[in-house]
Design a protein around this ligand. Sequence first.
Ligand SMILES: Cc1ncc(COP(=O)(O)O)c(C=O)c1O
Length: 379
Amino acid sequence: MIYLDNAATSFPKPENVYRALDAFARQSLANPGRAGHRMALAAEHTLDDARHRLNQFFHGQAPEQFIFTLNCTDALNMAFKGILQSGDHVITTDLEHNSVSRPLRAMEKEGFITLTRVPAANGGTVDPDAIRRAIRPQTRLVAVTHASNVLGTVQPIGQIGQITRERKVLLVVDAAQTAGVVPIDVQELGIDMLAFPGHKSLLGPTGTGALYVRPGLALKAWREGGTGGDSASETQPNEWPYFLEGGTPNVLGVAGLLAGLKYVEEHRLDAIHRHEVDLVERLWRRLDELPGFEVFGHRDHSRRVGTISFRSDSLPAAELGGILDQAFNIAIRPGLHCAPYIHRAIGTFPEGAVRVSPGPFSTEADIDRLSEALTEITA
Ligand SMILES: Cc1ncc(COP(=O)(O)O)c(C=O)c1O
């Protein structure tokens, strides 16, 4: 299978990730616990090690501010439901994935918050001034994706962070499409909470993700339960990260995520980014030559990740995806990509578009094979 669906989850994983998962599962897969036996302590050490490395990687203020989650969706829910209060106004954008849009829309429908959705300008980038103009006295939080999972366009988070800092509004960033391929310095960018998956460009297994919370932010407890210590406490202990991490964590997944992070650091994030963007540009050039294809999003490659979406005049996206899968053994993602608002904005709702997202192990030959298949199918 030629796998070009890395925006959903990366595949394959680097060899060191497979090795780390195998070794950890065979030797260290105890239930982590601060007050436990040696194997429990070793498992706890893996969680600590991963938190330290993530803290360095994203330039956080302290490792214990990284809370492990099931995925990016879980991290975003933890952020919104932990911080928002009745009567708050929230600003978001039409580029968002449903993991941002749905929890916020549900709170709006309940009458708990009010919500403004700022449209992305032509080409798929949000204008920071549009966010500035949307701020009201009740505005508590701005929630924005770092890169569109449909268009691949990277958003001006630094400029948005400057505005939210000046106006004393919280900034929550969904880094699902950038963590591991675009540098993120949470302090420099003014990010209060950063949600990211471990299973996409950080190259860990599914079932991993994290939320970074700037120290000093008071969130409501999430998943209250056992924390491997402080068992006498009647309620969730106040100590971070345990305050937000009830229950047995996915320590095996975190061992894989740690290995994925090491791979990204060794092979350099900028080189991986360049490789993926070059492959997208190669496909884009082929699509320009072929009649009947429309590609969405701006073409400035310094402000893109390696994701491209397009449609064909002659075949609906779902049909094109099915033929590529069944007849050509190529995995791409047709449809709405859990991001209905941006599909409405670009005119591809409800049938959606075809999304292609190469990863670090994709090759020029993979892209050429896809281009040939598209030529053949639409001829
Ligand atoms: C922009 C964006 N946000 C959030 C998510 C949700 O990530 P997860 O599947 O890890 O919950 C995705 C997944 O594709 C995404 O692309």
